[in-house]
Write a protein that binds this ligand. Structure first.
Ligand SMILES: [Zn+2]
Length: 524
């Protein structure tokens, strides 16, 4: 053997040996957390999530395709699940809502939706009919995960939740399905999640990486938060500019759920936060929902305490802007926020030197979901009664919205005003127009000026505030959202002190101003 061949063989052998060493990490993130997330008594005819993954469930981020494969299998394996494809993303990925319930409830879905629709309009329904409907209705929950694509643990929890609900033989789970329609929207932003999952693939090393400053945890631009066009889908719930939101909102408005869970993630060194929101809370929101928010948070907190998991409530989450998922709060649905500290993969080393694993973060989201479903089961009828009272108020003479009408003046820019009209109709808001001019007194202009005598020209778009969706109408069309003075004071103090703000982000959102359309508010 000549020397060159000898050297080459030695080199190849060295590279091979080095690769072998690198293939065996010094530790495994699977060793960090030993608790089982899926520990029920399951039907063996339904495939465990592991079947669709190339890792053990909960230990890594499942790709949108892996979750989709599971959904497509489950819909054939179980009669407790009905899949609705409600939209397609810009990159062509399907968006699924999974209706999970007993086969009997699923067979009656149209009737249940019809009853919910009747209950939502107090102009055509009386107390006696409402009571009958409430007695017959199952609870309805909407469980939605990972609208921000790089906040991944929610969708992984959703995959386990779907399996747990359809495969479990436990009487508690069966009772849940007998009495509840659970809609799971497992991956709200598949394009963003796919982008992030790809980056994990590229930045993953052979050994686990627990440093949250490393690229695998921080990600890099354009990150996975937004959708294909880099829209933040969690600001789009009333403007409805993206296909994901358009399909989703239309379906949510059809189902009129009692709760809507929106599962996110936050900074890696944080813990877990759930609702309810702190001030400023939009004044158009039904205060009963704040009360119910506390009931759900109490149960969720007790469950976290029982498991010795860290969490907090009632901090930075405010609820002024109606374009978050909490637009549902203006329609009588309780929005519940989860914010889990983010560990993209493996786990993250915390200030106290412990390592929190990705699997544990998935477990937090999973347990939160089941806990909230059980709280709903226990309180559904009372929540329906409050809902009915609120729907009656929306169309009564006594509400603060009763004597207020929004008028959008005619414009030559028909595409703009028609687009706005479409958004309002998507939220079941009723719109009228006038054939003749109408003279009115004391109208409020967008500038805040009051005009004593005003002529509403024929062909204006008229939206009386006294109608079933009164709170949402006021929230998106009023020119100036009211905030309590002590809250404004706190905001000013924060700004003067260190330039900070108690606002989360969006503070201006009036629909007509956004579309550049002239509008007035008429008080009668
Ligand atoms: Zn988020």
């Amino acid at each position: 053997m000549n020397k060159i061949i000898q050297t080459s063989l030695l080199l190849i052998l060295t590279v091979y040996c080095t690769a072998e060493v690198l293939k065996n990490p010094t530790s495994y993130s699977s060793d960090l957390y030993e608790e089982m997330i899926l520990n029920g008594n399951y039907d063996s005819l339904i495939d465990h999530p592991n079947k669709f993954l190339d890792f053990n469930y909960g230990e890594r981020v499942a790709s949108p395709e892996q979750i989709e494969n599971a959904i497509n299998t489950y819909k054939n394996q179980s009669n407790k699940i009905k899949v609705i494809n409600y939209a397609k993303t810009h990159e062509g990925r399907p968006l699924h809502a999974l209706i999970i319930s007993s086969p009997e409830n699923i067979a009656q879905l149209d009737e249940i939706k019809q009853n919910l629709s009747t209950l939502s309009d107090a102009r055509i329904t009386n107390d006696r009919e409402a009571k009958k409907i409430i007695d017959s209705l199952p609870a309805v929950a909407w469980m939605a995960y990972s609208i921000h694509g790089n906040e991944t643990s929610g969708s992984d929890a959703a995959l386990g939740l779907i399996y747990h609900l359809i495969a479990s033989n436990d009487p508690e789970v069966r009772n849940l399905l007998d009495n509840m329609i659970i809609v799971v929207d497992p991956v709200m932003n598949p394009d963003g999640r796919a982008r992030f999952a790809k980056s994990l693939e590229q930045y993953r090393g052979t050994a686990p990486n627990y440093d949250d400053q490393s690229l695998i945890h921080t990600g890099d631009w354009p990150y996975g938060r937004t959708n294909h066009y880099y829209f933040d889908l969690n600001r789009d719930w009333v403007y409805l500019t993206q296909p994901e939101t358009q399909g989703r909102v239309s379906l949510i408005n059809e189902f009129k759920p009692q709760i809507l869970v929106d599962a996110h993630e936050m900074g890696a060194q944080d813990t877990f936060m759930t609702g309810p929101a702190r001030e400023p809370i939009n004044k158009n929101m039904d205060r009963d929902l704040v009360k119910w928010g506390n009931v759900f948070a109490q149960d969720q907190g007790s469950e976290f305490d029982r498991r010795n998991w860290r969490f907090y409530t009632g901090e930075w989450h405010e609820d002024l802007y109606p374009g978050y998922s909490f637009y549902v709060n203006f329609k009588g649905t309780l929005g519940i926020l989860y914010e889990q500290s983010r560990m993209a993969e493996d786990g993250v080393r915390r200030p106290e030197r412990t390592i929190q694993s990705y699997k544990e973060s998935v477990h937090h989201q999973f347990v939160s979901s089941l806990t909230n479903l059980n709280t709903l089961l226990n309180n559904s009828k009372d929540m329906y009664n409050d809902y009915w009272e609120a729907r009656k108020l929306n169309v009564s003479n006594e509400s603060k919205w009763a004597n207020q009408t929004f008028v959008i003046l005619p414009t030559k820019n028909s595409s703009r005003i028609n687009t706005l009209a479409d958004k309002l109709k998507s939220q079941n808001i009723e719109i009228f127009t006038n054939k003749k001019n109408i003279n009115v007194k004391n109208v409020l202009k967008q500038t805040g000026d009051i005009i004593e005598e005003f002529n509403i020209p024929a062909g204006s778009m008229i939206i009386p505030n006294r109608q079933p969706e009164a709170p949402l109408i006021s929230a998106i069309l009023e020119f100036d959202a009211e905030i309590d003075e002590d809250v404004l004071k706190k905001e000013r103090e924060a700004t003067l002190k260190d330039g900070s703000s108690i606002m989360y982000d969006t503070t201006a959102f009036n629909f007509t101003m956004m579309y550049g359309l002239e509008a007035v508010t008429v008080q009668k």
